[in-house]
Design a protein around this ligand. Structure first.
Ligand code: FES
Length: 121
């Protein structure tokens, strides 16, 4: 293993995250929200809206976005960026799906790739 390789943490079965819903992973550095889209992509963001810290896990998932429950900012799940005209970014973490199991890397990223499904469940 090199320093650039992520360490994958097993989180749950993909079906433990409701479609168009979320699951929260409590972590000492702050909660991380895992979002499952209608097309079964999974994304992970810090559970803290870049506006005023609302819990994104309590928001509404639509397409590849989540709408914050506090002031309705839309956050792009692929990047963590607020959608225009709003400006801000939630921390994003890499997610991998392998044989229907969700793995998370705690390495923060700004890349825009969805969870990578490497094998069917
Ligand atoms: S705290 Fe999320 S939109 Fe204001």
């Amino acid at each position: 293993m090199t320093l650039s390789e992520p360490t994958w943490l097993h989180v749950c079965d993909v079906n433990a995250i409701p479609r168009l819903g979320t699951r929260v992973l409590c972590h000492p550095s702050g909660d991380i929200a895992l979002f499952r889209t209608e097309t079964d992509n999974v994304f992970a963001l810090r559970d803290k809206c870049p506006h005023k810290g609302g819990a994104l896990s309590q928001g509404i998932v639509h397409g590849e976005k989540v709408t914050c429950p506090l002031h309705a900012w839309n956050i792009d799940l692929t990047t963590g960026e607020a959608c225009a005209p709003d400006v801000g970014c939630a921390q994003r973490f890499p997610v991998r799906i392998d044989a229907g199991e969700v793995y998370l890397s705690l390495v923060e990223t700004t890349s825009a790739e969805p969870a990578e499904a490497t094998a069917a469940a």
